[in-house]
Structure formats: C-alpha cells, structure tokens
Design a protein around this ligand. Sequence first.
Ligand SMILES: O=C(O)[C@H](O)[C@@H](O)[C@H](O)[C@H](O)COP(=O)(O)O
Length: 254
Amino acid sequence: MRIPSSLQRLSFSSSEAMVDFASDLIARRAQEHVVANGIFRLVLSGGTSPLPLYRRFADTANPPDIPWEQTEIFWGDERMVDPESEHSNYGLAASIFLNKVRVAQRNIHRMHGESKHPELAAQNYEYTIAGSFGLPAFPAAWDQSGPLMFPRFDIVLLGMGPDGHTASIFPGSPALDTRRWVLPVSCPEIPPRVPRLTMTAPLLSSARTVIFLVGAKGKQAALERVHASSSGQRTWLPAGCIGAEKELFWLILR
Ligand SMILES: O=C(O)[C@H](O)[C@@H](O)[C@H](O)[C@H](O)COP(=O)(O)O
C-alpha cells in the first residue's frame, strides 16, 4: 500500500456534518488543482454512502465552490448494466448532480457497463484514462516489461462494504496487486449480483487524495480490521490496502 503523508480518521454524528466536511475539502482541493494544472480530476464512488454528498453538489441553495467547467469525472467502479439501470453508478450520479452542474459532457468519462465484453470495456476505460492524462495510446498498464506506471487522479471517493470491499475490489481480488488500471470483475456474492468493472488498488492508491465515505452501520468489524492494519497489524481487506500519495481520509458516520 502507498503510505500517504497524512492519514485522518474522522467520525461524524450527522450526515450533514460529514457532507459539509467532504464538500469543503473537495472544493478547496479542486480550486488548488485548477490553479496549479488547469484541471481537476475527480473519481466517483458507487454505493449509497456518497449520495448525500452528490445531493450537496447539486444543491442550488448552498453549492460547494467546485470549478465544474475545469473538472473531469471518472468512476472507480461500475456494474455491468445499462446506464439507465437503477444499478448504474453513472446513472445515479448523472440523475442526482451531473446533469445539474456545469460539467461538460465530454469531461464525463463513464465506464461502459452496458458492454457485452467486460475485458474490452476495461481496456477501453484504460484508453480513456490514458487519453485524459495525455499518455500514449497504448496504456502502460499493458506493458509487462516497462516500469510500473499509474496516473495520479486528484481526488478519489470510495466506500466500503461490510466485507471490506471497496470499489469492486473484493477480498482476494486480482485487482489488489496488478499493473493494470482497470479490470473486469465476475459476479460478486453481494447485491446487486452483476459483474462489474473496477479501477485497481494500485491505480486508486496513486491518487493525491483519497476520501472514504462510510456509514458505520454493519461495518464496525471491517472498520476495526482496516484501522488495526494502519497501526501495524496487516489486513488483507481490500479497503485497508488502499493508500494515497498525499492524504487519506476516512470519514465515518456514527
Ligand atoms: O459500486 C459499488 O457498489 C461500490 O463502489 C462499492 O464499493 C460501495 O462503495 C460499497 O459497497 C459501499 O456501499 P454503501 O455505501 O452502499 O454501503
């Protein structure tokens, strides 16, 4: 795991407080990245925990000051379903906020969950990532002989399931240790029981800032194992294997 220079675990007694913290942090970092590089690359999470934050993004009464015109949007994982499906991570984010903020359609990089060929869809997303970062058309992820290379997203949002999975990286997944950036995932044991696509642990952990948003209900045991690992005991729970280049935040709703 890439050890971040800062690790913060913060617990919140209300969803509003957690959303206030997360949206302020994202807005500040987004502005800094736009000033420094002219662009802000944000990776969204699936699941239910980030939904209040997504609603805040679209809140016209109290909008966070995010430079949407300079923002590119990606997903950490997607279910192999149509974008119109209620299970589509893209579809949910689009209906809650992406269709309401000033992000350009060309900057919304969704994973193609409707593809009948998950491996091709994964490779296609690696091309998309390479394109955004101005990297060669042949993604370094496929070059078995070259040095390891993982593009650096500015902020990655993640959740965690009760089994410790994050994105669609389940315990024992090949996505934990690979040079690939995106991999197909066969149907997991947990709902929705559909195959997925996922960014891999090394790619997610290369981000400058990683923010976990977790509701503690049903997740206490996994949280304890993940947090024990950062104080020295090893865990192989996928969420505990995710690091960051600079800052790793665990925002936990009590
Ligand atoms: O697409 C997905 O399902 C996710 O990205 C997944 O990793 C999710 O974040 C966790 O399962 C937590 O989900 P909840 O936030 O709904 O508990």
